[in-house]
Design a protein around this ligand. Structure first.
Ligand SMILES: C[S@@+](CC[C@H](N)C(=O)[O-])C[C@H]1O[C@@H](n2cnc3c(N)ncnc32)[C@H](O)[C@@H]1O
Length: 350
């Protein structure tokens, strides 16, 4: 039994079942036993591999997309260059390397990393070398400056509430205790105002998920996007439907009530819920975006200096980022930008 499992079983036994949302929050960010607060989950030796860890091309192409938008919007200075949930810091390091040659971009950029984990903050500091950067817990503490922001696999790491449609209400997924073990169950059906609009497009028995933290994060981003661009890349779809919560440990899925604090727990992102009123948006797949930004040309350029296993790895990484049966279709990209700005490079017209 993990220390967090023991703690949660005692809490639930004393006070009753907890929502899946609260369970996920404890598993991921409990100050002593949380998954992100205590460990380095990335890479072959960890639990999962993210796009920036697969290839430098991911960060390079998205960095140039941000820099092009900055140029298109009149090179505002100073501006905030922010990342949400930077993991090991690899994506920001690749963005900074790729944009070194964009005149004025680095001088005008104030780098902010929004990171909850002290362990990962230390890793990010090392990855960025001497590059000056600020860290914060929340998006609402970012300076009120034009904002160029990226978030890769951040929203999927935020706790969700999960509901099953009853006739005219919703049963919420709860975590309880049975025979001394954590188990999943459901609350009685209740009205949920945040899901009133989903009564028209769902049937009894169907499952939907909502991310309670997302609206205020998006609101804080939107307030700063009088100039700028926010790029969100994640797995998910346009509208939540179905049970998408999964736990991953050492690259294998495990039951979500097993090993709390020692497995990553994620849910697919509902991209429609990330589009605020008053901003323009574009939405596409990761594969289509990287193709439109020129990954084939960049891959070919990098391949010229490689042979043997290094070349094989590079070609496999390119396929993994863009392939329809790999990350290319499952992962989506959303761009938010001011309605009067030029749409960002790589996204198809709305
Ligand atoms: C799946 S990792 C993605 C890492 C990185 N973006 C990448 O692509 O490699 C999620 C990141 O979000 C951070 N994170 C999770 N919940 C957070 C929260 N509520 N506030 C800030 N950071 C959070 C984690 O510590 C981790 O750095």
């Amino acid at each position: 039994m993990t220390p967090l499992e023991d703690l949660l079983i005692r809490r639930i036994t004393a006070t009753g079942p907890m929502t899946l949302h609260d369970y996920m929050a404890e598993c991921l960010l409990h100050p002593e036993h949380g998954y992100y607060t205590t460990r380095q989950p990335f890479g072959v030796a960890g639990d999962f591999t993210t796009a920036p860890e697969i290839s430098q091309m991911f960060g390079e192409l998205l960095g140039l997309c941000l820099a092009q938008a900055w140029l298109d919007q009149g090179s505002p200075a100073p501006f905030t260059l922010a990342e949400l949930g930077p993991g090991r810091g690899t994506l920001m390091a690749d963005i900074l390397r790729a944009t070194r040659g964009v005149p004025g971009f680095h001088d005008a950029a104030q780098i902010w990393l929004i990171e909850a984990s002290p362990v990962l903050r230390a890793t990010q500091r090392t990855t960025l070398g001497g590059h000056p950067a600020h860290w914060a817990d929340q998006v609402d503490t970012l300076p009120e400056l034009p904002l160029f922001l990226i978030a890769n696999e951040f929203f999927d790491a935020l706790p969700i509430r999960q509901f099953r449609r009853a006739t005219d209400g919703w049963e919420e997924t709860m975590v309880g205790v049975s025979d001394g073990k954590l188990t999943l169950g459901r609350s009685p059906a209740l009205p949920v105002p945040a899901l009133a609009h989903r009564l028209t497009d769902t049937r009894p028995g169907q499952i939907v998920e909502i991310c309670p933290a997302a609206p205020s994060i998006i609101q804080s981003i939107a307030l700063r996007l009088t100039k700028g661009l926010a790029l969100m890349i994640d797995y998910g779809g346009w509208q939540s439907l179905g049970d998408t919560v999964q736990a991953l440990a050492r690259h294998q899925t495990v039951p979500i009530t097993e090993s709390p604090g020692q497995a990553d727990i994620t849910a697919h992102v509902d991209f429609q819920a990330l589009v605020p009123p008053g901003l323009a948006h574009r939405y596409t797949t990761q594969g289509a975006l990287l193709a439109a930004l020129g990954i084939a040309q960049r891959a070919e350029r990098l391949a010229r200096n490689l042979t043997g296993a290094a070349l094989e790895n590079h070609l496999a990484a390119t396929r993994r980022l863009t392939g329809a049966t790999e990350m290319g279709t499952l992962f989506k990209a959303l761009a938010l930008f001011p309605p009067n700005a030029m749409p960002p490079a790589g996204f198809p017209d709305a």
